[in-house]
Design a binder for this molecule. Sequence first.
Ligand SMILES: Nc1ncnc2c1ncn2[C@@H]1O[C@H](COP(=O)(O)OP(=O)(O)OP(=O)(O)O)[C@@H](O)[C@H]1O
Ligand SMILES: [Mg+2]
Length: 393
Amino acid sequence: MNCFPSFFRKKEDSHTRNTPEIDEEISNIQNVKVKLFTYKELKAVTDDFCESNKIGEGGFGSVYKGRLKGGKIAAIKVLSAESRQGVREFLTEINVISEIEHENLVKLYGCCLQNSQRILVYNYLENNSLAQTLLGANRSNIQFNWQTRYRICIGVGKGLAFLHEEVRPYIVHRDIKASNILLDRDLTPKISDFGLAKLIPDNATHVSTRVAGTLGYLAPEYAIGGRLTRKADIYSFGVLVVEIVSGRCNTNTRLPPEEQYLLERTWELYERKELVGLVDTSLNGDFDAEEACRFLKIGLLCTQDNPKRRPSMSTIVKMLTGEMGVDEKNIAKPALISDFMDLKVRGPPRSSGTENTSYNVTSSSDTRENSTLSLGASTFGTLTVSPVYDQSL
Ligand SMILES: Nc1ncnc2c1ncn2[C@@H]1O[C@H](COP(=O)(O)OP(=O)(O)OP(=O)(O)O)[C@@H](O)[C@H]1O
Ligand SMILES: [Mg+2]
């Protein structure tokens, strides 16, 4: 189905043809290993980026589904205007991302660079994201039994350990969260959007004020001080593990006040030695209690205030599988951004019926102008912090 009359399409075609300068720039860049798609080709396979082929929208732009030549189904991410990085910088980053292959990482097939367009072409995952299928208000009919949750946590852990410890130079994801964990036909988890935060040019006006990340998953030292290390991802991973075990979102303002913040609740139940009470009731008690409580303790360990107390990803994977014990001596109260900033969270209207819509969060202690952050589905906030890479951790 075509969404627009042909006279519009014709005009757009002439606009999206490459200028000779872009072609020359691409041909001058050596070692371009990534597959380059033409805009025309992607336009054709998405029926002119038709609404009916749109599968989602995030902080970087819209995502469409399309069948590529040869039959592969792809998720085609059209980056928003702010992502119009120069050809060279863009291709350099994309080259790195496209070389990375791991069972638990979404595969980048290629990209399209034509005039101002920047489009990424990924492997399409059939079972959507954890945000929609496990945590969303309209949960899917996928049964996330304990074994599946166990496999998902370990798979995501392995994917992240690969980015942190095997890829050279290592990659800090910066936005580990349920909507960036996609599931294939067999519910194998795949981390999406790694390497993407770097594609956003720092000088793009409103982008420079963004901390890449989603409040609720953001390590306080990164959210507040802009200090970016692998340990910021590990904090987010810890939040994700607790969400997977409990089957609920990190923040839910529709719950009684003492239950709204998942990490706070986890800590409270840990202190009372009642962690098992946090496990998703939809499992109807059908889970390995020792394993589930171990996962929750690992979640607490990952979210410690002092980044040095958070173990490395490869250690965490060993703890998850039981190959290594969880040293409870290192578990103290987790770091909560609300403790640092005296955040006031204003939830969505009660009628919205979803835990994943955005919340406006303002900090009474933050004197900066743009101190609004978003929780949940809308990814990026506008806290005025530029990340400072810290290689020490
Ligand atoms: N490779 C893919 N296969 C299948 N669906 C995908 C794929 N990539 C993205 N999607 C769908 O598109 C939606 C939007 O993805 P997108 O990454 O743009 O936004 P997001 O993950 O919600 O936020 P963010 O911009 O922070 O990553 C996802 O939630 C998912 O449903
Ligand atoms: Mg995403």
